[in-house]
Design a protein around this ligand. Sequence first.
Ligand code: AMP
Ligand code: MG
Ligand code: MG
Length: 337
Amino acid sequence: MSGSPAVVMRLVASAYAVAEKAGTIVRKVLHSGELGIVEKTGANDLQTLADRLAQQSICSSLSKRFPKITIIGEEDLPSEEIQEDLIETGQSEEILQRSCPPEFSQLKEEEIVVWVDPLDGTKEYTEASRCLHFQAVAQAPHKGLDTPQPHSTALWLLDNVTVLIGIAYGGRAIAGVINQPFYNYQLGAGTQLGRTMWGMLGLGAFGFQLQEVPGDRRIVTTTRSHSNKLVTDCVDAMEPHEVVRVGGAGNKIIQLVEGKASAYVFASPGCKKWDTCAPEAILHAVGGKLTDMHGNAYRYDASVKHMNSAGVLATLRNHEYYVSRVPQSVLQALKSD
Ligand code: AMP
Ligand code: MG
Ligand code: MG
């Protein structure tokens, strides 16, 4: 390779290290037991100290190195002096060594938009924390849980949590990094905590083993905590052999690329651009597709509306089948932008 790496490769290489740092923050806050939960629009829309610190870390680290890039984070935070120890300066050497796909090699910082979800699956994160009894039970006596949950449930919920950094150019999601802080999580015992996946159009996706659901089984994955009648009607219309209800947009794309689900179906507003940008880039990098319920693409320019109002439909294969099954009631309720 001649000359210094393209801007976008340096950005992805930094985003990789920054996402790992954010994952460390997410684990640390869980262990502290002080989640600092704030309700944003309601009880199903939460923010914790981990969301706040991870976003500060990601946005400050990236804007320090790439000052002209537009960075849009999920959390609305006061602009204040950031603690020095939140800044990550590392870069993935492996990514820096890769050749940039020609169509992106000349991108300038000011043409790039980064969408940041510092902690996707916050609902599951808080529930897992309660399961682990890190929080004072007296203050939140199994809120939302019928019975005390065993540790295995907490571990399963923690698997739903991801850190998402999506990179867009010309309105398209072109690259993404996903850190899964609790992958292979063994309380206090894991040697390698978490994992990081990344992908780029024209290069492929890395950090996991790409797999498809065997045979023609339709395994539909959907929300576990933001459901409604439209969502369940739409899932039923897909005539699934199996339905997998898990938290997080990032996690549901992981289900698709690791062959645990054939389609992610969410016929409701609620998901935002920071939820879908990084996952979409990784999914598209391996030949999959993410659209609204009409089969139309979302755009990721800096000026777009944040809400994915027309729902999320994502697949690795056979996207047309799932689009064709979406009921009229859903199409009428969820208009494309
Ligand atoms: P879920 O599949 O329910 O985990 O949702 C995926 C992402 O979309 C998460 O970041 C959620 O916070 C977000 N989301 C989905 N529906 C809603 C909603 N009704 N209110 C707030 N956030 C939502
Ligand atoms: Mg999210
Ligand atoms: Mg979030």
